[in-house]
Design a protein around this ligand. Structure first.
Ligand code: FMN
Length: 237
């Protein structure tokens, strides 16, 4: 894991913003902590801090603002959020003001729509259904690749011919083995390994379960068709 970037995220409503945080953390190979955890940590080793939450009453969550107290002047920050309204408008202004006060420069900001049932959205049982979606996550990764290219891992580092790859960050905790319904993984030489890649359905439960984000799955259109064909005749697990 890179030790120069960390993400602080609060996602209290529908877990919308944590989806962006996870996508960005995957690209950066960095840790995500809550504001409470951040306040208990020494963050001086980090050059860059990502700050993300939903937008609640036109600004970031107060706990994110409070967590700014754990940062030091001279550090750099990127901001991200999800919001219910069609436009971001000035929702990032208050956090930016707080950062300026602390002499922390903002190197970039990103926001997208998030599922929201507040206010008039209740009439249609929620607005921005399914957001953030995979496209939003890809946009978040593009954003971070643009502002921090030096920290973004090679997202195409899955060896050719492999659908599922476990990298050197694996700590052999076995969570992928427990969660995988298709028994794709086994521990081999103190590392998890995809021993039955062809059984993989790309359900992505392992990606969620891996505490070190050491697993990558190649999601291509052709792979998706192959998976569908491979599992077409299955009648049960
Ligand atoms: C109490 C509350 C206040 C909100 N205020 C706003 C707002 O002022 N503007 C906006 O665009 N969305 C607002 N939203 C919608 C959230 O920003 C949106 O659903 C966001 O994706 C939630 O992120 P989360 O799931 O990570 O908490 C509000 C939601 C809640 C629950």
């Amino acid at each position: 894991m890179k030790k120069e970037v960390i993400i602080i995220c609060e996602s209290i409503y529908h877990g919308n913003t944590i989806k962006l945080a996870k996508a960005i953390a995957f690209a950066l190979d960095c840790e995500i902590v809550s504001p409470q955890e951040a306040l208990l940590m020494d963050l001086s080793q980090y050059k860059i801090v990502g700050l993300g939450s939903g937008i609640y009453f036109t600004s970031h969550h107060p706990k994110i603002i409070e967590a700014l107290n754990s940062l030091n002047s001279g550090q750099q920050a990127f901001i991200f959020s999800t919001h219910g309204s069609p436009f971001l408008g000035s929702y990032h202004d208050s956090i930016k003001e707080e950062l300026v006060k602390r002499s922390i420069s903002v190197i970039g900001e990103f926001s997208c729509k998030g599922f929201d049932c507040t206010g008039p959205f209740i009439i249609i049982k929620g607005g921005n259904k399914g957001r953030p979606n995979e496209k939003d996550e890809q946009k978040a990764i593009k954003f971070i690749s643009r502002i921090l290219p030096q920290y973004v891992k090679n997202l195409n580092d899955v060896p050719k011919g492999h659908f599922v790859h476990v990298n050197e960050d694996c700590i052999a905790c076995g969570k992928c083995i427990v969660v995988c319904p298709m028994n794709v993984f086994a521990i081999n030489d103190n590392k998890a390994k995809a021993v039955d890649e062809l059984a993989c359905t790309h359900c992505s439960l392992c990606l969620e379960a891996c505490p070190n984000r050491a697993i990558s799955i190649k999601h291509g259109f052709v792979d998706a068709i192959r998976i569908a064909k491979r599992h077409a005749r299955k009648k049960s697990l």
